[in-house]
Design a protein around this ligand. Structure first.
Ligand code: FES
Length: 105
């Protein structure tokens, strides 16, 4: 199973394994990662799965869809180029070693 590193709002790293096909949000919620709530269940309606994706060589998720980009602008103050909705990133073998940071807001 791919290992994903979540850096929580306190700067603590959590290395967790996710099942292929799960969203990053689901992986985080299943492992009680602080700061990830997933309130809308992955419907792109809450923004409580916001993460910053690290520029980790070889571990780059597919780019945002137009819908995700639009919802980031609606839901998140101060969207950064690395901002993603965790519910829209599916775990796959290519993401083994991915690191994401959970914002403190
Ligand atoms: S879980 Fe609500 S927007 Fe991702």
């Amino acid at each position: 199973m791919p290992t994903i590193t979540f850096v929580d709002p306190h700067g603590i790293e959590h290395d967790v394994e996710g099942d292929v096909g799960q969203s990053l949000m689901t992986v985080a919620v299943n492992h009680d990662i602080p700061g990830i709530e997933g309130e809308c269940g992955g419907e792109m309606a809450c923004g409580t799965c916001h993460v910053y994706v690290a520029d980790t060589a070889g571990c780059v998720p597919p780019p945002r869809t137009t819908d995700e980009a639009e919802m980031l602008e609606v839901l998140i103050d101060g969207v950064k180029p690395t901002s993603r909705l965790g519910c829209q990133i599916r775990v796959g073998p290519e993401l083994d070693g991915l690191s994401v940071t959970v914002p403190s807001e």
